[in-house]
Design a protein around this ligand. Structure first.
Ligand code: AMP
Length: 189
């Protein structure tokens, strides 16, 4: 128990980086729906073709499709002893579909709006994501506020949420995450 974790936070909060480091430290698979979908797009699979345009616009893929993708992933053997979810659930219906019993702790990485927009634009430039224009970046943030942020209260109300300040060095933020998880025994076997 205690090894089924979820990282929550706005796009550009450093979630992906932290999720990768934390999953390695805890010894659980990093389940990132963004990575899975981008791989599907790159490989030109049916799934990739279905989600490509929606992803490029900054909107969300449908709940039904995402629930199916994640159910299939969590049914794999490596997820039997725990997992770190990154990018899912992204809406209340997705959280309902996952069920409370599937999560031991939720870490919210907090970063202010202006910091996020500047980080996202920098990332878009670095990674050559030329379609990540300022409009799309701002839309991603709006979508987060409208559809994903309600999950903060959803999980806080269930006593699962831990807040972490996401401003600082990668190592510093990772140490904060490990610290809040250790405090309630999550992230340990
Ligand atoms: P991410 O890398 O997590 O920001 O995801 C990139 C894009 O993939 C998002 O902007 C969405 O279009 C799509 N996506 C990833 N995860 C989900 C999800 N759980 N629900 C809906 N869409 C998602």
């Amino acid at each position: 128990m205690g090894r089924r974790l979820l990282l929550l936070g706005p796009p550009g909060a450093g979630k992906g980086t932290q999720a990768e480091l934390l999953a390695t430290a805890v010894g659980i698979p990093h389940v990132s729906t963004g990575v899975m979908l981008r791989e599907a797009v790159a490989a030109g699979t049916d799934l990739g073709r279905q989600v490509e345009a929606v992803m490029a616009s900054g909107e969300l893929v449908t709940d039904d499709l995402m629930v199916k993708v994640v159910e299939d992933r969590l049914a794999k053997e490596d997820a039997a002893c725990g997992y770190l979810l990154d990018g899912f659930p992204r809406t209340v219906p997705q959280a309902d579909a996952l069920g409370d019993g599937a999560i031991d702790a939720v870490v919210l990485i907090e970063v202010g709006d202006e910091e996020i927009v500047s980080r996202l634009l920098q990332r878009a430039a670095e990674e050559g994501r030329t379609d990540d224009t300022e409009d799309v970046v701002r839309r991603r943030l709006e979508v987060y506020r409208e559809q994903t942020e309600p999950l903060v209260d959803y999980y806080r109300g269930r006593g699962l949420l831990r807040d972490v300040d996401g401003v600082g060095d990668v190592d510093e933020v990772l140490a904060r995450i490990v610290g809040v998880l250790a405090r309630n025994g999550a992230g340990t076997p």
